[in-house]
Design a protein around this ligand. Sequence first.
Ligand code: DGI
Ligand code: FE
Ligand code: FE
Length: 206
Amino acid sequence: MRLCSDRYTDEEARKKLSHKLELRRYEHSLGVAYTACSLFMAHGHDTPEELSRAYTAGLLHDCAKCLTDEERDKYIRRYGVELSRTEKENPYLIHAKLGAVLAKEKYGVTDPEILSSIRWHTTGCADMTFLEAVIFSADFIEPNRKPLIILPEVRTLIYTDLDRAVCRILEQTIVHLNNKGMAIEEHTLEACDFYKKKIMRRRKQD
Ligand code: DGI
Ligand code: FE
Ligand code: FE
């Protein structure tokens, strides 16, 4: 599969990524890359160019996941990454924003939509593009994910109704975070609200 990068072939990028990530995280990244491709194919976007974009975004979405605290802070300073309060309180969230920066700086990806798909893959956001929604949801359903009660339902739904699948994932994430008493990013709440309304609007039109 061709990689959307000015600097690396797909093989070179996989090699580099496999040295940066733990093995399980690397396998998860391959899982997201191929799941994103399968969603593209199922939704009628199966040209080699489109599949390369899905593959590149999926492969690199967690490229900033396995940094040490020192490395993470160094990159935040070097690239002037601004953090929200929730990100400061929950530093594991930072890998999404930082991943978009590193995909560009370290892997030579310039396609803005691939970078924004990486940026939004953890929280989601309102009115995602097709690629953004695919990476957000492929991350949740890829084959290596530990079984959650809603997984079978979402894995079926996602191939026919991406909006509803995105909405179910967001609802589930918010319930999970509320149960654990964790802070929720505004983007996560806005995304859930947006998709609930979009689905209601669609129902009225049918
Ligand atoms: O990096 P991955 O493990 O593949 O997956 P991810 O980047 O989607 O991260 C998943 C975690 O992020 C999951 O435990 C839920 C959490 N999360 C998503 N939205 C929010 C959030 N955590 C907080 N605190 N606030 C959010 O809005
Ligand atoms: Fe992630
Ligand atoms: Fe992930």
